[in-house]
Write a protein that binds this ligand. Structure first.
Ligand code: NDP
Length: 271
């Protein structure tokens, strides 16, 4: 019987993960099944236990369960510990291993797919929620000149940055309107785009040649992408990040790294 995996969330019907993992499995010749799993809002841990009992080998975790997955895991990767959130679970004989592939997926999409190296760059990270948390360590490991975290609630950004004391010299915190100077890369990790809202950002944040990436994806550019494009930035949505985080999870589960180019191209055609 094929090895079984799933993505757990609530809601989950919109998830593109089954399509992505089916394409990876076909391309790498891996025998697996990957489906959507709707967990009750108060039933994440019970759902995971049931999956383990049924012999599932792993799961991705999405909104709103990433923090619960972090607490449930019996072992954690360093990047999951730094993120304080888990989006990938691996069920093996030793319990439940928790990893976070969102940040590495973001970095892979920027560096490999968009061809923008991050070493020595000035980076802006908008937001201090789960997605921003996951991005911190992978971004810092690229050796940027500076990483500025801007958030609506300043205290949340301050607390997040405070967790990365060993990088203190390269980190700063700001409110949106108080942002100064231009950035090489400006990442929107707020959920404002979900409601077509734009944080009050000074247009000067988009420095010459700036790449503006919105973690959200859909069938049209987000308000943030439109704003950034109007002010001279090149823009990118979160679909590449989604495909890359899936590839990281697939590699963790199967020990084989799928090629993401073809999958990303075909998904762009179908969105
Ligand atoms: P969270 O709910 O954890 O965090 C939300 C963040 O957005 C907080 O920093 C919050 O600020 C801020 N925010 C919310 N509304 C507004 C607003 N109207 N104006 C300004 N800031 C606002 O969400 P996540 O971090 O999980 O998700 C963030 C985004 O990233 C979503 O769009 C999600 O779809 C996307 N994402 C994409 C992935 C991909 O693979 N492409 C993977 C993971 C996430 P405050 O602290 O003040 O409340």
């Amino acid at each position: 019987m094929s090895d079984r995996y799933c993505v757990i969330g609530n809601p989950i019907a919109h998830s593109k993960s089954p399509q992505i993992h089916a394409a990876f499995a076909a391309a790498t010749g891996q025998d697996l099944r990957y489906e959507r799993c709707l967990a009750p809002l108060d039933g994440f841990a019970a759902t995971v236990r049931e999956l383990v009992a049924q012999g599932y080998r792993g799961a991705n975790v999405t909104v709103p369960f990433k923090l619960e997955a972090f607490r449930l895991a019996t072992r954690l990767s360093e990047r999951a510990r730094a993120a304080g959130a888990v989006n990938t679970l691996k069920f093996d004989g030793d319990g439940i291993y928790g990893d976070n592939t969102d940040g590495p997926g973001l970095v892979a999409d920027i560096v490999r797919n968009a061809g923008v190296p991050l070493a020595g760059k000035r980076i802006l990270l908008l937001g201090a929620g789960g997605a921003a948390r996951g991005a911190m360590l992978p971004l810092l490991e690229q050796g940027p000149r500076q990483l500025v975290v801007a958030n609506r609630t300043l205290a949340t950004a301050e607390a997040l940055v405070g967790e990365f004391g060993q990088y203190a010299g390269r980190l700063a915190v700001s409110g949106f309107a108080a942002l100064e100077g231009g950035f090489d890369v400006a990442i929107n990790a707020t959920s404002a785009s979900l409601s077509s809202e734009l944080p009050p950002l000074p247009p000067a944040i988009f420095g010459p040649g700036c790449l503006a990436l919105d973690m959200m994806y859909g069938n049209k550019p987000t308000v943030y992408m439109e704003f950034a494009a109007r002010h001279g930035a090149s823009v990118r949505d979160g679909l590449g990040m989604l495909v890359e985080q899936a590839a990281e999870a697939f590699a963790l589960w199967r020990g084989v790294r799928p090629d993401t180019n073809e999958v990303l191209t075909s998904m762009r055609r179908s969105t």
